[in-house]
Design a protein around this ligand. Structure first.
Ligand code: F0G
Length: 422
């Protein structure tokens, strides 16, 4: 083992090493996005046993850190004092199987890991608990992010818990009502910007550079560390037996990067003996990464994004290079699906009683597309991650049938008619 600290921040591009008290997202030398690296003292079966022991006792305590499905894996996330950690708690999300969803995808079986069961209704809470803990560790005066709505809702909640003022930049008229309501209610100063998400992110980076506000978009390396735990928790729920594929929706590519890093580490540290393949799925109108994948990542692409899955309406993804590494490390695939395919998959997921927001359904739509093309075989073991809760985007459910308002008598007559028809 090296004499470097057990956890450190490093630039994967030029190798510059910083200690974990840094407030930077980008390397001060070359501008590459920084990464957190770990040298855990335990490996393999001993590390699995430590995580299993914590999981077994988590439900029996009210201590947030001990319950958290993020801090359970702290040796591979961040070592911080319990008193500093800002935890709701988060994580511990279910894996469910529904025959109708599997049949829709064309598979013998399909598992859905539902990250919409996090405290603010999306996977963002996993990264935010770590980012706000880091904000406390470095004594940040204020925190900020750009968002399509879920990051901002999560930031707002965790910043309020931490007692740190927060500022969010959201694209005007493009954030669902549910997400905006959360963001405002939890207490963030919410600035609607004339522009799209990509404009908002540029603004957030400028604000961070010029005003010293701590940036907690997924370019922040500590966000990535928290989001890795979606994969660690999933692998643990599967008894540390790797599935063949893990599918997820992709926008700014922070989560794709986190999944790739988690799988590489899980393999390197002996938690699993085989790396599953990643399937990153973009909306066809916001698919620069899928376009570049088709061209072997010969060049970086940006587009003017348009999709009704507003969470992933992103044309110039920030975590590009590390997502390319994630796809390479997992022999992964990047796919794009149309809005119609996304909403058709969402309708199936909703009707199973599971439900998700539109962007989340891209994962299942992408699996279906790859099964149809013969890339995924029907007997393979596939997990699709649902990233956000159905109630996040009430407008996204407009396709579901509902009657106009009825009197009780009219309702009874309608019911009789429907039941009589069988
Ligand atoms: N699914 C949902 C529900 C999201 O909110 C996002 C991103 C993604 C998938 C894509 O993840 O950006 O890491 O590739 N939402 C961000 C936000 C952009 O601001 O809430 P990604």
């Amino acid at each position: 083992m090296s004499d470097l600290p057990a956890t450190r921040v490093r630039c994967p591009d030029c190798g510059t090493v910083l200690d974990t008290s840094t407030a930077e997202s980008a390397c001060p030398k070359c501008g590459g996005l920084l990464a957190v690296e770990h040298e855990p003292a335990l490996r393999g079966a001993a590390l699995r046993a430590l995580f299993d022991e914590r999981a077994a006792t988590a439900a029996l305590t009210t201590n947030a850190v001990a319950r958290s499905g993020v801090w359970r894996y702290r040796e591979l996330v961040l070592t911080a004092d319990d008193d500093t950690i800002v935890s709701h708690p988060e994580g511990n999300t279910p894996v469910v199987a529904r025959d109708a969803a599997a049949a829709y995808a064309g598979l013998d079986g399909l598992l859905l890991k539902h990250e919409g069961h996090n405290p603010t209704g999306s996977f963002k809470d996993r990264g935010m608990t770590v980012a706000l803990t880091q904000a406390r560790r470095i004594g940040a005066r204020a925190v900020a992010c750009a968002s399509t709505g879920n990051t901002s809702a999560s930031l707002s909640a965790y910043a309020s818990q931490a007692g740190i003022p927060s500022f969010v930049f959201v694209p005007e008229g493009r954030v669902s009502a549910g997400k905006l309501a959360q963001t405002v209610a939890y207490g963030a100063r919410t600035l609607q910007i004339k522009g799209d998400f990509d404009d908002c992110l540029r603004l957030a980076r400028d604000a961070s550079d010029t005003l010293g506000v701590y940036l907690v978009n997924s370019v922040n390396p500590f966000r990535i560390e928290g989001q890795k735990t979606i994969v660690f928790e999933l692998l643990q729920q599967l008894g540390w037996q790797s599935p063949d594929w893990i599918a997820l929706p992709a926008g700014n590519l922070g989560n794709t990067s986190a999944f790739g890093k988690a799988l590489s580490e899980a393999h390197a540290f002996g938690l699993i003996d085989r790396v599953p393949r990643l399937l990153a799925v973009q909306a066809a109108g916001a698919a620069p990464f899928a376009q570049a994948y088709a061209d072997h990542f010969a060049q970086r692409i940006s587009v003017r994004a348009e999709t009704r899955a507003t969470a992933i309406r992103i044309g110039d993804p920030a975590s590009w290079d590390r997502a390319v590494r994630a796809i390479a490390a997992t022999n992964g695939v990047v796919e794009s699906v149309t809005d119609d395919e996304i909403f058709a998959a969402k309708a199936v997921i909703d009707r199973c009683g599971v439900g998700c927001e539109p962007a989340s359904a891209a994962s299942v739509a992408g699996v279906r597309a790859l099964v149809a093309r013969g890339v995924i075989r029907r007997e393979e073991r596939v997990v699709a991650v649902l990233t956000g809760h159905l109630l996040k985007d009430p407008g996204g459910n407009a396709s579901h049938e509902s009657t106009p308002p009825l009197t009780p008598d009219e309702a009874l007559a309608l019911l009789r008619e429907v039941i009589d028809q069988g």
